[in-house]
Design a protein around this ligand. Sequence first.
Ligand code: FAD
Length: 316
Amino acid sequence: MWRDNLPPVRGKLLRDQALAPYTWFRVGGPADVLFLPKDEDDLADFLKALPEEVPVHFMGVASNSIIRDGGIEGVTIRLMGGYWGKVEPAGPHSLFARAGALDLAVAKTAAKEGIAGLSFFSGIPGSVGGAVRTNAGCYGRELKDVANQIEGITRSGEKVRFEAEIAQYGDPKIDFSYRHSNFPDDIIVTGILLTGSGDGDPAALDQEIAEHQLRRAETQPIREKTGGSTFANPDPPGTPNQRSSWKLVDAAGCRGLKVGGAQVSEKHCNFLINTGEASAADIEALGELVRARVLDVTGVDLRWEIRRIGRLKAPE
Ligand SMILES: Cc1cc2nc3c(=O)[nH]c(=O)nc-3n(C[C@H](O)[C@H](O)[C@H](O)COP(=O)(O)OP(=O)(O)OC[C@H]3O[C@@H](n4cnc5c(N)ncnc54)[C@H](O)[C@@H]3O)c2cc1C
């Protein structure tokens, strides 16, 4: 079996590794194999040598994902630890962040270095790699506004780099849209060059971060086991007739609705929460119930923003 003949690595290879503790929802089954590469060469060498039929999944800190109860087939790769978490100055008003760095670390480093225009990252509790895939953003800015270069490794182990033209909507290679990008599924992001908008006063930027975080805590259930906004707003910011998913969910009477241990947050009804004993199936079923009720009451077919990944659990 493929799992008995895995290529040698310098990082860690863990078989049947529980993933729930690595996720914001704290649900989900194990990875057949979890690979924690030591550095880029370790990752590239492993991917080169891994038989091409073995499925590979990339995971950040799962703040926008439901990992299903049956776990993830093949190899799940997570970029964590000192090497992958680095954020460093890289030229005028710029930082280079490795893909395992938390978005908050980007905002804090930018403040320390006096770089304006990157504080918005402090509102997003994910990793830099996840931010590329989701075109993460808040407070009127999103990743595509500040992304200059993206580095990655293909499924076959080749190092690749995408240049500055990605920073526009509608680019033929990488199309960034609201909370979404078509960054190729088979390329793992390893690092990104981010450029802010100019000089900023470190103390003022720290203050901006503190304000963002306070505002979050007041309006979102950030201390709960959650996955962020469940459904994408049907109309992206800046378009006419803007409707919010939370208003549609509220209008459909779903605030506080429960399935098993999953509940629609009372605080912000576009957030689902694991009240303690939820399974991934409870959370997904709750999301589908909300979608059906919103469609019935408002006629709007909500699109999942949260990614649902992996196998359903076979009935016992
Ligand atoms: C309380 C809360 C508030 C939130 N608020 C916001 C917000 O204001 N704005 C916002 O945009 N989001 C928000 N989110 C959602 C989430 O934080 C973002 O979508 C974030 O960018 C996801 O990053 P992640 O590391 O958790 O990605 P994951 O959930 O782990 O993965 C998301 C996707 O990215 C892919 N991926 C992850 N790492 C890599 C990599 N290195 N290379 C290639 N693909 C990769 C995964 O395969 C998956 O498809 C919020 C979430 C929570 C829990």
